[in-house]
Design a protein around this ligand. Structure first.
Ligand code: 4AD
Ligand code: MG
Length: 460
C-alpha cells in the first residue's frame, strides 16, 4: 500500500477505508480500552491521532510504542470525535520500524534552543525546528520564483576561489599542503606546490563572477553558500551562510535599491501567504510581535536616506551608543537598529557611504568622497542587504584597486570586463539566514541553520 503523508491525511475531504501512515511517535496515552498515539512524519506541524483498540492483535506491542519510535501503521481514516482534529486513524496493523528507549532526548516537555543545538541531529523532530526548516525550504523556493519570474538567470559561482571579493581578509584557506612539511614552512609557503598552484580560499561572495555573467546575460543571480572567518560571535553572524546575489547590467544604484526592496517585500508576502501554520507557531512561541511587524513592512515604503543624513540623525538623537557615531565610520548594528526600530520605525535603505570604508569594486560618486553603496536595514536584524553600483570605468577601477593594495594582475579578467564593452551595472547580496530570522522572529542565526558553523563549532 502506498504511504499517505500526515499532512494529506489531515486535509482529506472524506474518510478512507485503508491508508498507510509512517512516522515517529510523539506521545502515547493509554486508557482502559484504547491507546492514543500522536504520529508526526515531518510533513507538517500537526500530528495525526491514532487510536489503537486494546483488542487489536498488535496491541501486544503497545509497550514498545514510546516517544521517538518509528512506526508504520495501516488503518481506517475516520472523522474524529475530539475537537482537536478533523480526522484520526483507527489502527488495524502496526509495525515497529525502530524503537527508542527512555534515553531519547526529546521527551514531551519543551527544551531550550541552546540544548537543542547540542542535539542538532534530533532537533528537526521538534515542533519549532520542523517549522523552521520547512520555512527555510519554502523561502529558497520563493527566491528562485522571484528571479525566474523576472527573467534572471541562475548562475553557479565557484566555492573555491583565488580572489577576496570583500577585501576584509576573512578568508578560509583551501590547501592540500602539509603544514608539517619543510616546503611549506622554509621561506613562508611555496604555493606553486599547492593543489591549484596558487593560494585559494572558500568564497566570501559570488559577486565578481556574477558580474562576469551579468556582462553577458544582463540579469543574473547566485544563491549559494559563502564562508567568512570573521571572529565575531554575534547572534547574526555565521562562518558559513547562504547568500543571494543578483547582478544587473544597465542598472544604476536606484534600480538596485528598487529591486532589493521589492525582493524583501516579496519574500515576506510569500511567507504570509503560504506558511500560515508555521507563522502561528512563531507568533505564539518565538515572537509575539511578529505578525504585526511583517504586515507593517509589507504595507509600507522603505525609507531611503544618504549615509551622511543617517549620521546626523544618530548624532542628534541624544542616545548614548557603545560605538561612537562619526562621519566616515561604519554603522554598527546598534546604530542600524536605532534608525529602523526607533527613529523611522520602518525598514531603511541607507546609501552613498564613504568610499574609504567600502570595497574596491564600488562606483565612486562625483563628490569624490562617497561610493554608490547601499544597505537595507530592518528592525531587530539591522543590515539584511548590502549592495552597490559597480565601478565600470577602467581607469577609476584600477586606481581604486591600487588604493586597496590589490594586485591588478590577479584581477585581469575583472578589469577586462571594463576594457571590452563595459556597462553600468549593479547588484546586492541578501543574507539568506538573516531573512529567515526576520520572517520567523528567531533571534539567533544558529537556530536557522541546520548545522551552524561559528567560531569553535563545527560538530555534525
Ligand atoms: O554586505 P555583504 O558583505 O556584501 C557582499 O558580500 C556583496 N558582495 C554583495 C553584493 O553586492 N553582491 O554581505 C551581504 C549580506 C549582508 O547584508 C548580510 O545580510 C549577509 O550577507 N551576511 C551574513 N550573514 C550571516 N553571517 C555573516 N557572517 C554574514 N556576513 C554578511
Ligand atoms: Mg555589508
Amino acid at each position: 500500500m502506498q504511504r499517505t503523508l500526515v499532512k494529506n491525511a489531515l486535509r482529506s475531504d472524506s474518510d478512507c477505508e485503508s491508508i498507510l501512515i509512517q512516522g515517529w511517535i510523539r506521545t502515547r496515552r493509554d486508557s482502559k480500552d484504547f491507546s492514543f498515539l500522536a504520529i508526526n512524519d515531518g510533513s507538517c506541524l500537526k500530528n495525526l491521532q491514532v487510536i489503537v483498540d486494546a483488542t487489536l492483535p498488535d496491541y501486544t506491542k503497545i509497550d514498545q510504542l514510546t516517544t521517538g519510535a518509528s512506526v508504520s501503521i495501516e488503518g481506517k481514516l475516520i472523522a474524529s470525535q475530539g475537537k482537536e482534529q478533523k480526522w484520526e486513524l483507527a489502527a488495524r496493523k502496526i509495525d515497529i520500524l525502530g524503537i527508542a528507549d527512555h534515553t531519547y532526548p526529546l521527551q514531551k516537555k519543551g527544551h531550550t534552543s541552546e540544548y537543542l543545538r547540542e542535539i542538532a541531529h534530533l532537533r528537526p523532530r521538534s515542533n519549532l525546528f520542523g517549522c523552521l526548516f520547512r520555512v527555510r525550504s519554502r523561502l529558497a523556493y520563493a527566491i528562485h520564483t522571484f528571479f525566474q519570474e523576472r527573467d534572471f538567470v541562475y548562475i553557479h559561482t565557484p566555492i573555491i576561489t583565488s580572489s577576496d571579493c570583500e577585501g576584509a581578509g576573512e578568508l578560509f584557506r583551501v590547501t592540500t599542503l602539509d603544514p608539517s612539511k619543510p616546503e611549506a614552512s622554509k621561506d613562508g609557503i611555496d604555493f606553486s606546490k599547492d593543489f591549484f598552484g596558487k593560494p585559494t580560499y572558500l568564497t566570501v561572495s559570488g559577486q565578481l563572477e556574477a558580474e562576469i555573467f551579468a556582462c553577458a546575460l544582463s540579469n543574473v543571480y547566485t544563491f549559494g553558500p559563502t564562508f567568512r572567518a570573521e571572529n565575531s560571535n554575534t547572534s547574526r553572524h555565521a562562518s558559513e551562510f547562504w547568500m543571494i546575489e543578483p547582478e544587473m547590467a544597465f542598472c544604476d544604484l536606484n534600480g538596485d535599491m528598487d529591486l532589493a526592496e521589492e525582493f524583501v517585500k516579496y519574500l515576506i508576502r510569500d511567507f504570509l501567504n503560504h506558511c500560515q501554520e508555521d507563522l502561528e507557531l512563531f507568533a505564539k512561541f518565538v515572537d509575539k510581535e511578529l505578525l504585526k511587524r511583517l504586515e507593517f513592512v509589507v504595507d509600507r515604503e522603505f525609507k531611503r536616506i544618504p549615509y551622511a543624513e543617517a549620521i546626523d540623525i544618530l548624532r542628534e538623537s541624544g542616545k548614548t551608543f557603545e560605538y561612537p557615531v562619526q562621519h566616515g565610520a561604519n554603522l554598527q548594528s546598534e546604530h542600524e537598529r536605532f534608525l529602523t526600530e526607533e527613529h523611522f520605525k520602518c525598514p531603511v535603505t541607507v546609501f552613498d557611504y564613504p568610499r574609504e570604508i567600502k570595497p574596491f569594486y564600488m562606483r565612486a560618486n562625483d563628490d569624490g568622497t562617497t561610493a554608490a553603496a547601499m544597505d537595507v536595514l530592518v528592525p531587530r536584524i539591522g543590515e539584511i542587504v548590502g549592495g552597490s553600483q559597480r565601478e565600470e570605468r577602467l581607469d577609476v577601477l584600477a586606481n581604486n584597486m591600487k588604493e586597496h593594495n590589490l594586485n591588478l594582475d590577479t584581477y585581469w579578467w575583472y578589469l577586462d570586463l571594463r576594457r571590452y564593452g563595459s556597462v553600468p551595472h549593479s547588484g546586492f547580496g541578501l543574507g539568506f539566514e538573516r531573512m529567515l530570522m526576520f520572517i520567523t522572529g528567531v533571534a539567533n542565526i544558529r537556530d536557522i541553520i541546520p548545522f551552524p558553523r561559528t567560531p569553535g563549532h563545527a560538530e555534525f
